[in-house]
Write a protein that binds this ligand. Structure first.
Ligand code: HEC
Ligand code: HEC
Length: 231
């Protein structure tokens, strides 16, 4: 019985590896977006600058097309979004645009991209845009950024450099805590950050403190040490 199962499983797997012989062209939505649309649409999320805009940033396009698009069933949203892109990019029209009248006037209607991009390419772009410029993901990023910005400078440096994966702030983890380290000689501990060390601390002999010589500046070390002292 087992053998039969294994054989039939093997057949299924090899059949699916062989496929049906039909070659599918794979479109990379992300690189198409960069190559075909970035001359006018700012692709940053969030957009770093709004100066000299030729078109709304792609994040704004994605967010408001999603907002204004009416669907009965939430699962219809993505296909409808893709269909809108396929139509609009090739056959733009002020009447179809979700842009408000003011913005439409200042940007002017988008010139048709017919001949510059194919329907299938727009489909791949739209699929990527839909997933990448996602409101929930954006809110998460903003929250994470606000949280990071609110940290003391020293903790920002420790976070960015991965120090906190080994060191706890007040509790030891794989390495002694920064609170404890801060009681030691300043010169010595700043030298350790540059050169690394091993075996100095009891109980942590199995781990190595990596050298940060080329990755951290003297000024950053000073900020780190000041922060550690306050813990
Ligand atoms: C020559 C500049 C230019 C290029 C290139 C361009 N766009 Fe646009 N696009 C605009 C302008 C301007 C608008 C705003 C006015 C409007 O809605 O027509 C716009 C609007 C849009 C809208 C409609 C937004 C809405 O709110 O209704 C979509 C969708 C869109 N662009 C997708 C694309 C995609 C995808 C590409 C790349 C294949 C692209 N655009 C390339 C200028 C451009
Ligand atoms: C891979 C884990 C790991 C990472 C990442 C790490 N450390 Fe360490 N660190 C250690 C270990 C283990 C020790 C104890 C070394 C010893 O016993 O000699 C240590 C010791 C130290 C000491 C004590 C030095 C001394 O001379 O007593 C300081 C200061 C320190 N680390 C700062 C940092 C800073 C700042 C960062 C980030 C820029 C960092 N560490 C990243 C594992 C790590």
């Amino acid at each position: 019985m087992k053998i039969i199962t294994i054989i039939s499983l093997g057949t299924v797997i090899s059949l699916s590896i062989m496929g049906c012989g039909k070659k599918e062209i794979h479109y990379d939505g992300e690189s198409l977006l960069k190559h075909k649309c970035a001359t006018c649409h700012n692709l940053d999320m969030p957009p770093k600058t709004y100066k000299d805009e030729k078109a709304p940033p792609m994040m704004a396009v994605s967010f408001h097309v999603k907002d204004f698009m009416k669907v009965e069933n939430p699962s219809d949203k993505k296909p409808k979004f893709i269909a809108f892109f396929k139509d609009y990019v090739l056959y733009p029209d002020a009447k179809k645009s979700f842009c408000d009248k003011e913005s439409l006037k200042s940007y002017g209607v988008m010139p048709s991209q017919k001949g510059h991009v194919s329907v299938d390419e727009v489909g791949a772009i739209a699929e990527y845009v839909y997933d990448y410029y996602d409101q929930d993901k954006f809110m998460e990023q903003m929250k994470a950024k606000a949280h990071f910005d609110a940290l003391p400078k020293g903790e920002q440096i420790a976070t960015k450099n991965g120090c906190l994966t080994c060191h706890g702030k007040v509790k030891s983890k794989a390495a002694p805590s920064f609170k404890e380290i801060a009681t030691r000689d300043k010169k010595e501990i700043s030298a350790t950050i540059l050169n690394g060390s091993k075996g100095k601390w009891k109980g942590f002999e199995r781990m190595t403190m990596p050298a940060y010589k080329n990755r951290i500046s003297q000024k950053e070390i000073t900020t780190l040490l000041k922060w550690m002292k306050k813990l």
